[in-house]
Design a protein around this ligand. Structure first.
Ligand SMILES: Cc1cc2nc3c(=O)[nH]c(=O)nc-3n(C[C@H](O)[C@H](O)[C@H](O)COP(=O)(O)OP(=O)(O)OC[C@H]3O[C@@H](n4cnc5c(N)ncnc54)[C@H](O)[C@@H]3O)c2cc1C
Length: 330
């Protein structure tokens, strides 16, 4: 592989021809890292309908944008993406490749690293350059501790958790170089076929973007508890999340899961209802500005992370809360 420069390459995931928030957050991080080490930022986007993506990603900090616009890339498929992405990384030779810690990103990153025989660090929350080397901070031991890891060689791949980085302010006057990728993909080399793809129902505000998130756990007592959470979410323009235990019991969709193996949220307000506060759960919501929790156990671990706590039965408190919010709104 060509010797790496100081650049940072960001794989920006697209949804309906628009970059997802995490892609823009990673561009902000890449810009800060590149500025501190004198490198450049390259953004790569795979998808369809990407006519304006180059300008948009430049406006969010990319010096160079590589666009792979083809029907075959309309949906994520690691096997389809890897040949072109590997070639791009070899040609651009960045020090660091940033990929979102999303479902697609956590599939793509280790495959890319394996193919290029480079190192990979997943689930990173911050990256600092120390003596010219990237130092990645991430949760370990189920969210109970943090570790700082570095790479022995470059390039290297890191996946970044959502809501851990600030995107730059969009500046359309920031102009980068936009290039189309000449795909080398041989469709016959794809060994797996996606038979069905179902988009999760997303009414209201997206979990990661919501300013108010109401999380429910086993203390809700059953799936009907989520009806009340949804009612509150609709009243306050918030979104509903859940503990893994509640998702495991099918009380709510799996996509609600917040935590180490679920989604990461950092809202202004996280209202945790009947959630014990296991480190695995807190890894996904611990950066919320204010945490308010409702739990019947005064010794529940969640209270240690909460700004405000209510000790009591959620089945009595939640209807009263809905009532109060309704009154305030009226
Ligand atoms: C590798 C690994 C990864 C994991 N990843 C995740 C993850 O991503 N997200 C996640 O959430 N978990 C994850 N877990 C599971 C995690 O460790 C906990 O088991 C889970 O978060 C517990 O969910 P809970 O708080 O809803 O349930 P519990 O721990 O059973 O807590 C229920 C709480 O409700 C309270 N309660 C009971 N009745 C009432 C009532 N009537 N009113 C009010 N409060 C009441 C109880 O006091 C208790 O505190 C993971 C575990 C492992 C091993």
């Amino acid at each position: 592989m060509t010797e790496s420069n100081n650049g940072v390459l960001v794989v920006v995931e697209m949804l309906d021809s628009q970059p997802i928030d995490l892609g823009l957050e990673m561009l902000g991080l890449a810009r800060r890292l590149a500025d501190s080490s004198g490198g450049t930022v390259t953004a790569v986007a795979f998808g369809t309908g990407l006519e304006t993506t180059g300008e948009l990603l430049s406006a969010y900090g990319a010096d160079q944008v590589l666009i792979n616009d083809h029907e075959i890339f309309a949906n994520f498929h690691a096997e389809a993406w890897l040949p072109d992405l590997s070639k791009i990384v070899v040609e651009v030779a960045p020090a660091l490749v940033l990929i979102g810690h999303s479902l697609s990103g956590t599939d793509l990153a280790p495959r890319l690293a394996y193919r290029l025989d480079v190192d990979v660090a997943t689930g990173c929350e911050s990256i600092d350059i120390v003596n010219g080397r990237p130092h990645m901070t991430r949760s370990c031991f189920g969210g109970l501790a943090r570790e700082v890891v570095t790479f022995n060689k470059t390039p290297a791949v890191a996946t970044i958790r959502s809501k851990t980085q600030e995107p730059l302010t969009q500046m359309m006057e920031r102009v980068g170089e936009v290039q189309q990728v000449n795909s080398i993909l041989d469709v016959n080399s794809i060994r797996t076929r996606v038979i069905k793809r179902e988009r999760e129902k997303a009414d209201g505000v997206k979990l990661e973007s919501a300013k108010i998130v109401i999380g429910g756990g086993l203390g809700l007592g059953g799936p009907e508890g989520f009806d009340t959470l949804n009612e509150i979410a609709a009243l306050v323009d918030g979104a509903v999340g859940a503990s893994r235990a509640a998702c495991d019991l099918d009380w709510c969709p799996r996509s609600y899961q917040i935590g180490l193996t679920g989604r990461t949220v950092a809202p202004e307000l996280y209202l945790a209802v009947g959630i014990s506060g296991a480190s695995h759960h807190m890894a996904g919501c611990g950066n919320s500005k204010t945490i308010v929790s409702i739990n019947s156990d005064p010794d529940a671990a969640i209270f240690k992370s909460s700004s405000f706590g209510i000790v009591g039965n959620s089945q009595e408190i939640m209807p009263a809360l809905v009532e109060e919010i309704r009154k305030l709104k009226a």
